[in-house]
Design a protein around this ligand. Structure first.
Ligand code: BG6
Ligand code: MG
Length: 214
């Protein structure tokens, strides 16, 4: 293990609940029903792919300018929520784990679909831990494509099998596995079926045990 590459939303911070509120608000405005199950499908997908999912569900065809307006609307609602985030909204053991990995010489990367990633890392004060940040501003293909993680490994000058990816979304787990990464699912085993190992959250993880189990 030479590097750990973390997804952001749902792994390091609990922003999945804010994405859910904002997408549900948009979907309902468009007369489309939006459930927890739908939200699960959207985890890890880009903003574009998420809107396409909702439009497909509602059998809505839209022009590209309408799509731009709706994506901006959703993002504004999302940012209203994100801008209230406090430093303590990192998930349990997040800072302790990042700090432990760093002090043991492990490189730390971010592999997120979000275009708001840098803003969120700054808000919760963890940006300084990262050696590389690959996010939705630099990727062109949404998870489950492995691009985001492969770019991270490339910048770190490492092979995928030298890096562990941490993911809470099935699309992200599939992406990491497709890229040849060891993959730790964060969430439920029943959902993250393709992951090498699954933990409910980061709370039991540290350098010593990760080094031993991977
Ligand atoms: C992912 C989330 O991390 O980022 C998705 O899991 C989200 O739910 C995607 O749609 C894009 O985020 P943003 O912040 O660019 O709209
Ligand atoms: Mg996620």
């Amino acid at each position: 293990m030479k590097a750990c590459i973390f997804d952001l939303d749902g792994v390091l911070v609990d922003t999945a609940k804010y994405h859910f509120i904002a997408w549900q608000r948009l979907a309902n405005n468009l007369q489309v029903d939006f459930t927890e199950h739908d939200n699960e499908q959207l985890k890890g997908l880009s903003r574009d792919a998420s809107l396409d999912y909702i439009l497909k569900k509602g059998k809505i065809s839209a022009s590209s300018s309408e799509k731009e307006v709706w994506k901006e609307q959703k993002n504004n609602w999302y940012l209203e929520l994100v801008n209230t985030m406090q430093e303590n909204e990192v998930l349990p053991n997040c800072k302790e784990l990042l700090s432990d990995l760093k002090s043991n010489g492990i490189k730390i990367g971010l592999g997120s679909a979000s275009k708001n990633a840098a803003l969120i890392l700054t808000r919760v004060n963890i940006k300084h831990y990262f050696d590389v940040i690959i996010d939705g501003t630099v990727t062109s293909i949404s998870k489950p494509n492995p691009e985001v993680f492969l770019l991270g490994a490339k910048v770190l000058d490492l092979q995928p099998n030298e890096c562990i990816v941490f993911e809470d979304a099935i699309n992200g787990v599939i992406a990491a596995k497709a890229g040849g990464f060891k993959t730790i699912g964060i969430g439920e085993k029943e959902v993250l079926t393709e992951a090498d190992l699954v933990f409910p959250d980061l709370s039991s993880l540290n350098f010593e045990m990760l080094n031993r189990i991977v």
